[in-house]
Design a protein around this ligand. Structure first.
Ligand SMILES: [Zn+2]
Length: 159
């Protein structure tokens, strides 16, 4: 089995009147993330890392935001769909590592649930999913709390 790697990145701007969903977990905060779907930047970055590892395009190509089917979509459902597409192409997901950059709120109380959601959606043991959060030390727009940035790396095995 040959090992392959993919990188994923996502960013969303905070917006009032929306729940903050990250890794399929609702995080207590006074704002959520703007987006056509639920704005789950963690799950979106993981999806792009997996698709990148398989050279199967990106989230925008698979689930276009012009398509009403994906409006307000549960991103965890999209992640499960990506898992099925990779499996159908004979790829095995090995592990995922994520770094979330945001000034607030603190994600520490939610990280275990986020890892649990992502690992279960991908059919992986918890030891195969890592999610870390950090601030941008008040630098730039993310540091001023305007939005969130997420980086993800995925490893898969296959042809
Ligand atoms: Zn996104």
């Amino acid at each position: 089995m040959r090992q392959r790697f993919g990188i994923g990145y996502d960013s969303h701007v905070f917006a009032a009147g929306r729940p903050l969903i990250l890794g399929g977990v609702e995080v207590e905060h006074d704002r959520g993330l703007k987006g056509h779907s639920d704005g789950d930047a963690v799950t979106h970055a993981v999806i792009d890392a997996l698709l990148g590892a398989a050279a199967m395009g990106d989230i925008g190509r698979l689930f276009p935001d012009t398509d009403e089917r994906w409006k307000g979509a549960d991103s965890i459902a999209l992640l499960k769909e990506v898992r099925h597409r990779l499996n159908a192409a004979s790829y095995t997901i090995v592990n995922v590592d994520v770094t979330v950059i945001l000034e607030a709120p603190k994600l520490a109380p939610y990280i275990a649930s986020m890892c649990d959601n992502v690992s279960r959606s991908l059919g992986l043991p918890q030891s195969a999913v890592s999610i870390k959060a950090k601030t941008n030390e008040k630098m730039d727009s993310v540091g001023r709390g305007k939005g969130i940035q997420v980086f993800a790396v995925a490893s898969i095995g296959g042809a």
